[in-house]
Design a protein around this ligand. Sequence first.
Ligand SMILES: [Zn+2]
Length: 216
Amino acid sequence: MQAINPSRVNVNGGYICLWSHWKAAPLTEEGTEPETPGTKAELQTYMPQDSDESCMCGSEKPYEECCKKEQYWWPLCPDPELEGYSLVAPQSVTFRQIDGAALRKRLMEDDRLVFTDNSENQETWSYWGETLIETPGHGIVEYGELALKHNHTLLVTVASDEQRHVLLHFLKEIAGDLLSKPVHKYAPLQVFDKRTNKTQTLPPLQWLKRPVGQTE
Ligand SMILES: [Zn+2]
């Protein structure tokens, strides 16, 4: 993770924003396929917010009465197609006993996904959404990952509830008939202490007690 410069962060006002990017692989002499995305990178930025604006965490309260009071910086991440921001809530959804060959074909055919990795036991696609969003110098924003493991388990990994909502809707649309019963699981969350700027990992249940970003 890239460190935030503490001198640029106002303890009383704002958010840490996390961006996941695919940085394009440089062209080689043999000529890299333009589809090859390269490597995944994460970028942290600081987004200031005024006290009287409604809090970006989605609570609809003024920032002054909401996340400004918190001990931690709650990180945000961009929603698909950059339609706002959501609290980071790392999570996964698993579908077991699926027809891997049939699903792989559908995933390969869809333009909103890019095939990013192929190893012995796993194939991975990155969801870039309907409108590909490229940030100068950093790469293409991605909104979640699909991993097909051992040809019969699909693991969907996203950074927020909103990303999960969009990615599962997409999956239902292209492969609803192939999916099994999903198993949803939140992961621990990394937060930053406002006073010390040190990172701390909170277990899933601890941050789920917050009034926003609740599970469906
Ligand atoms: Zn808030």
